[in-house]
Design a protein around this ligand. Sequence first.
Ligand SMILES: Nc1ncnc2c1ncn2[C@@H]1O[C@H](COP(=O)(O)OP(=O)(O)OP(=O)(O)O)[C@@H](O)[C@H]1O
Ligand SMILES: [Mg+2]
Length: 311
Amino acid sequence: MPLIVTLTLTPSLDSATSTAKIYPEGKLRCQTPVFEPGGGGINVARAITHLGGQATALLPAGGPTGAHLVELLQQEGVSVDALPAHDWTRQNLHVVSEATGEQFRFVIPGAALHENEWQQLLAKIAQLPADSLLILSGSLPPNMTTQAVTELLQCAKDHHLRCVVDSSGEALKAAVAFGGLELLKPNQSELAELSGQTLDQPDQVVTAARLLISQGAAKRIVVSLGPQGALGVDAEQCVQVVPPPVTKRSTVGAGDSMVGAMVMKLADNAPLVDMVRFGVAAGTAATMNQGTKLCSKDDTAKLYEYLNQPQ
Ligand SMILES: Nc1ncnc2c1ncn2[C@@H]1O[C@H](COP(=O)(O)OP(=O)(O)OP(=O)(O)O)[C@@H](O)[C@H]1O
Ligand SMILES: [Mg+2]
């Protein structure tokens, strides 16, 4: 079984609380906060752990917030490889207004990553065994450019790692330009931005994904379509997976849960259709949970079983 390692360059210690009502000027007295780990790659590793798999979350962790984040991950059973960092790990804040149920999500810039820390992260990646799966998900630190994406992918290529990318904007563009990815997971609007086209119909989505594959961007692309599920494309085939209707509570974490599930199937060298079905099952399972909760193993298994039945 290959190792699965997720890299999060801008991890966060997320705190969630609520207050009676949100209004300006006065003091908004809040409930005792609940802390949770946050950041793209971190959530992918958590989703894999929730689903009964094994993944290591590689991240820079700085200050007491970084130490708290690492402790939370360890409590959840996620294996962590934390690089001690100079700048404190950021702390995001999620506040619910009890009067209206509205959610306010305050996102703080990620901590800067210093050059020596970046080199140490690259050195850790260079030490991974060949064929390990490296998942790059989440944003770049504010002091880094997309050149870092290229450097990272070059380091992974030199050491024969298989890279999975879930990103957006310029970082996604840089990853696609580098090419050779094992799996790319854009949503519909990320793919549209990448292709410079509006993609309204499934066949336009498939054509855009096929073009990227023929250009060597990735071996397979799974385009997630929110409640419509996902389209998976590789050089030979195209599969569409539509989830059954479920009671949606919160879509936060759907994308990360989906990536986690798909990476587990990649590690098993499963066929494309199994990977997309398991991904959609986990993404949809995540939407059945409140707040920032990721997919549960039970809901994912039930949805996967449903998607595996002849439709
Ligand atoms: N409203 C929904 N109902 C059912 N399933 C959903 C819904 N929204 C998302 N999903 C599931 O989650 C998967 C990923 O969702 P989506 O396409 O929204 O990804 P994303 O835009 O990358 O999400 P994120 O905002 O978490 O990054 C979908 O393929 C689907 O299986
Ligand atoms: Mg996403």
